[in-house]
Ligand binder design. Structure first.
Ligand code: AMP
Ligand code: MN
Ligand code: MN
Ligand code: MN
Length: 277
């Protein structure tokens, strides 16, 4: 059975390792088929592909796109995309665009609750100036002793209702699907178990995603519990979605799920890679 890991991050977004380092780590951990899926960014793909090729590991071109649906943030993974596609490149550029201003607002809000200089602090962790994310703030809040770990940060800061939460408009779902499909790729809902949606909202979302040409959902992901592997395998069956598997690894010591270390997909689903090789 192939060890497939189609979701992780490098320093080009909010991961801790460079694209080459993360490719090597995936290989060391037994991954056969691998995608780097940086947030709203394609800048790591060339090195990811070249390093994977040197290692004899199959590489799949990927990205994780931030979407606003209703008032909620949803992540969509695009796989098998042509990363030179002009519409996709432009769409991701526009999606990244508001991050700098948002980061300054986050910093101002943190200053209001007695945490000064968070913008500068977060910048120390940023590998790509176009992509300052909440993760970089989270690392700073841990380093500066405000929070004991990253989990603690996302419980008490940077999330709805807590200091440092800034509402943000990401890409529209319809545009995201247009970019991915226009670039020859397939669209997969990232970690569906992680969204704060009612059952009714979730099914409305999945209907709309499917109607727009979305084909898959992550079933086995580092963001799901084992119960959720089963739950989302059923969802995949019910909607006729293909299933994906990905660690969502961000870095050693930070991510609890290692590259290539998740269980295989349940047997009742069709893998998103079923017709790729
Ligand atoms: P942003 O795109 O700037 O809103 O940042 C989103 C990123 O924050 C996600 O991709 C995760 O890496 C991280 N994140 C969000 N929520 C959590 C959480 N509860 N625990 C750990 N990391 C989280
Ligand atoms: Mn992330
Ligand atoms: Mn995500
Ligand atoms: Mn991710």
């Amino acid at each position: 059975m192939l060890n497939v890991d189609l979701h992780c991050h490098s320093t080009v977004s909010d991961g801790l390792l460079s694209p080459a380092e993360i490719a090597k780590r995936a290989h060391v951990h037994g991954v056969d088929v691998w995608a780097l899926t940086d947030h709203d960014e394609l800048g790591g793909i060339a090195i990811a592909r070249a390093t994977a090729s040197e290692l004899g590991m199959r590489h799949v071109t990927g990205v994780e796109i931030s979407v606003t649906w209703g008032a909620k943030t949803i992540h969509i993974v695009g796989l098998q995309i042509d990363e030179t596609n002009a519409q996709l490149v432009k769409g991701l550029y526009d999606t990244r665009n508001g991050r700098e201003k948002r980061a300054r607002q986050i910093s101002d809000m943190l200053a209001d609750v007695g945490i000064p200089d968070a913008y500068q602090g977060a910048l120390n962790y940023v590998g790509n100036p176009d992509l300052i994310s909440r993760t970089h703030f989270a690392r700073y809040l841990v380093e500066s002793g405000t929070c004991k770990d990253i989990n603690d940060v996302f419980k008490n800061y940077l999330v709805e209702g807590k200091p440092g939460f800034v509402e943000h408009r990401w890409a529209k779902l319809t545009d995201c699907l247009t970019w991915i499909r226009g670039a020859g790729g397939v669209a997969v809902v990232a970690h569906p178990g992680r969204y704060d949606l009612t059952q009714l909202q979730m099914s409305a979302f999945l209907d709309e995603f499917k109607q727009l040409g979305g084909v898959g959902i992550e079933v086995v992901t580092g963001s799901h519990t084992p119960d959720q592997f089963v739950e989302y395998a059923k969802v995949a069956e019910r909607y006729g979605f293909l299933a994906s598997r990905g660690s969502d690894f961000h870095g050693p010591g930070e991510s609890k799920t290692e590259l290539g270390s998740l269980p295989q997909l349940p047997r009742n689903v069709v893998p998103v890679w079923h017709d790729w090789f």
